[in-house]
Write a protein that binds this ligand. Structure first.
Ligand SMILES: [Zn+2]
Length: 257
């Protein structure tokens, strides 16, 4: 059986870092039990797949998961579906996305492209989904501007979680309590209390590390305040302070799971 791994096609978060491409904004490539999944295909995902070593063939993608419709998570969804299906010639591929991303006023998947897919599933809170033999579930609904869910893959007794965009709220802890590895979208270095900012910060990583105590936390989706202080150094310091293995993702980084 082939190894299971994830590969970060991009680690950019927030407007400035994405628009200037200071880091790439491709999503995460997930390879589990022979299946190929793209999580949150932000701008440049298709290009990063083609330039990846080894190359990630778009026609080999089995499923796409959109955690929410924001453009830094969904920009390349249409072109990837087009690639998977050879412009609709081969009806295949499975798409998972929240209802507003599929049918809302700000829907991000084009109607003609939707018809290329073999399956479309609407993500709801705390539900279970399948991609062939693979099982994943959703977290509780995140607190973010649009309908957003975290994703938790079940792998032989271990759980690989993606705690994507959200502001921190205590109920997150229970929703991710069973995770072995948590990939966290840490856009901000400082938390700014009482503001409308709906992203995680370094302080929230400490809370998650201490309260959940997973085997490993991976930081990604960096905004400019994180890049300024160097995510690698932040992760090192956090590991030392919490006793949990904390890693900062970089563009192209492969992580065995
Ligand atoms: Zn977002």
């Amino acid at each position: 059986m082939s190894e299971n791994y994830i590969k970060f096609l991009g680690t950019a978060g927030a407007r400035f870092v994405v628009s200037k491409q200071i880091r790439s904004s491709g999503g995460v490539f997930i390879h589990i039990d022979g299946k190929n999944i793209i999580l949150d295909p932000g701008p440049g995902t298709l290009v990063r797949m083609a330039k990846s070593r080894p190359k990630i063939d778009v026609q080999e993608i089995d499923a796409i998961i959109l955690t929410h419709l924001h453009i830094d998570h969904s920009n390349d969804v249409n072109i990837i579906i087009d690639g998977i299906t050879l412009g609709g010639i081969k009806k295949k591929g499975i798409l998972f996305a929240p209802e507003d991303a599929l049918f809302g006023e700000n829907r991000v998947v084009l109607t003609y492209i939707k018809s290329f897919l073999s399956e479309i599933h609407v993500l709801k809170a705390e539900n279970t989904y399948h991609i062939g033999e693979i099982t994943f579930s959703t977290s509780i609904r995140h607190r973010h501007q649009v309908e957003t869910y975290g994703i938790k893959f079940k792998l032989k007794g271990k759980i690989l979680s993606f705690m994507v965009d959200t502001r921190f709220f205590p109920e997150l802890l229970n929703s991710y309590r069973d995770s072995s590895t948590i990939v966290m979208n840490v856009v901000r270095y400082n938390s700014v209390k009482g503001t409308s900012i709906q992203h995680l910060s370094v302080e929230d990583v400490v809370t998650v590390a201490n309260q959940i105590r997973p085997e490993r936390i991976v930081l990604t989706h960096f905004g400019s305040t994180m890049l300024k202080v160097n995510p690698y150094k932040v992760a090192q310091e956090l590991s030392k302070n919490t006793g949990i293995e904390i890693i900062a993702a970089s563009d192209g980084m492969k992580l065995e799971i």
